[in-house]
Design a binder for this molecule. Structure first.
Ligand code: NCD
Ligand code: ZN
Ligand code: ZN
Ligand code: ZN
Length: 390
């Protein structure tokens, strides 16, 4: 089987630290099979499956189940993320050690949107994580500042009648957790950074020697609160789309390494949960099959990153943060490789109904985007080629 790679870019297979696969619990929106297909088509060879499933992935039985289903799907390595707390309620620490030592070998634990609001609980989680050599991924949404919030708090939201979600809700908790991580000498990973101020906090914390890493989503690099004018809930997401100056700052922070990597926060939702009024709609958007194109558009075409840099933010850094030894590396002779082949000049038109996910909630519907993943290889085996699963 010969692949003609003329004019294309060969990259290490992408690693997504933040994917919602919805199984178990919401198989009407995504399954480990359908999500794995979307990942392979998007150039991914490993994804971290978020813990906010139903039941929540807060014990060894669930994380082993998710891990095994990923193996059965066989298209991408599915690494389950464990919940930091029992039931995501944020009151009691889950048995992180049991999950870390299970067959699933959980390496990342997350509060998944509900936030470890209690500073003592966060301190204990960070101390525990150091002993286990795992990382805590903080969603950085201070719940006491985000009650009823639906949109970036600012001039636009006020004018259009949305309840505001201030930048300080994110920045204050990231600052707190950076200080706690430094105090506990623990690693901290910050999920979906969305504000310019958070980039400043990260730069400051890294400068002081904090072991903190951070991710930004493709949608926060490209989209802004300009989208609020449509009142279309496809644009509703946690954290909210911010201003153009926030997005510009995030692009620069990613180029400079203040933000380490891109993560999709791929969040499938059913039609009835999105095609409703804004306040009732669920937050989140699809991301696995469009990530490379949005990075091409916002980072490569703007000259902020070359393809070496894309390999760093899409593959190498996320593999390091998630502790995956077999991903995010250049090919070694004789080793079955994890690879993504990309045509940088080709373009495609996004159609939600044609994406491999069961859900179709893409904010890029009808958009023409640059950068096409033409082949993905998992340990030397072709998993996707020319837009089809192999
Ligand atoms: C996520 C989801 O739908 O599970 N939604 C979102 O808007 N990002 C949860 C999350 O990551 O906060
Ligand atoms: Zn792997
Ligand atoms: Zn979140
Ligand atoms: Zn998420």
């Amino acid at each position: 089987d010969v692949i003609d790679a003329g004019g294309q870019v060969l990259l290490p297979g992408f690693v997504d630290l933040h994917t919602h696969l919805r199984e178990p619990g919401r198989e009407d929106t995504e399954t480990i099979d359908s999500g794995s297909a979307a990942a392979a088509l998007g150039g991914y060879t490993a994804v971290f499956a978020m813990a906010n499933t139903d039941p929540v992935a807060d014990n060894a039985v669930i994380v082993e189940h998710v891990w095994r289903r990923g193996q059965e799907a066989g298209l991408v390595d599915v690494h389950p993320v464990g919940a930091v707390t029992v039931g995501l309620k944020g009151e009691k620490l889950a048995e992180l050690g049991t999950m870390a030592n299970s067959q699933a070998r959980v390496k990342v634990f997350s509060d998944d949107g509900l936030c470890v609001a209690d500073p003592l609980l966060m301190r204990r989680a960070l101390e525990y994580s150091t002993a286990l050599d795992v990382v805590i991924a903080q969603h950085a949404e201070e719940p006491r500042l985000t009650v009823g919030a639906q949109a970036h708090e600012g001039e636009r939201a006020a004018r259009l009648g949305y309840t505001g979600w201030p930048a300080a809700a994110e920045e204050s908790i990231v600052a707190r957790d950076c200080l706690l991580a430094l105090h506990a000498n623990a690693r901290l990973h910050v999920c979906h950074v969305s504000t310019s101020g958070t980039a400043d906090v990260l730069a400051w914390a890294k400068d002081r020697g904090t072991k903190v890493s951070a991710e930004v989503t493709p949608h926060h690099l490209l989209l802004t609160d300009e989208r609020l004018a449509t009142y279309d809930p496809v644009n509703k997401v946690n954290p909210p789309l911010r201003t153009e100056s926030d997005a510009a700052k995030l692009r620069n922070a990613l180029a400079e390494g203040v933000i380490d990597c891109v993560a999709t926060d791929h969040a499938p939702h059913a039609v009835q949960d999105k095609d409703t009024e804004w306040t009732a709609a669920r937050p989140g958007m699809l991301g696995l099959q469009t990530a490379l194109s949005i990075v091409t558009e916002t980072m490569v075409r703007t000259g902020l990153l070359d393809w070496r840099g894309v390999a760093r933010v899409m593959s190498e850094r996320p593999a390091e943060i998630g502790n995956l030894a077999d991903h995010g590396r250049p090919i070694e002779v004789g080793e079955p490789a994890n690879l993504a082949l990309v045509d940088p000049d080709a373009e495609w038109t996004v159609r939600g109904a044609e994406l491999a996910s069961i859900a179709a909630n893409t904010p890029y519907e009808g958009m023409r985007l640059p950068g096409v993943v033409t082949a993905t290889l998992l340990r030397g085996r072709i998993t996707a080629r020319d837009g089809k699963i192999c």
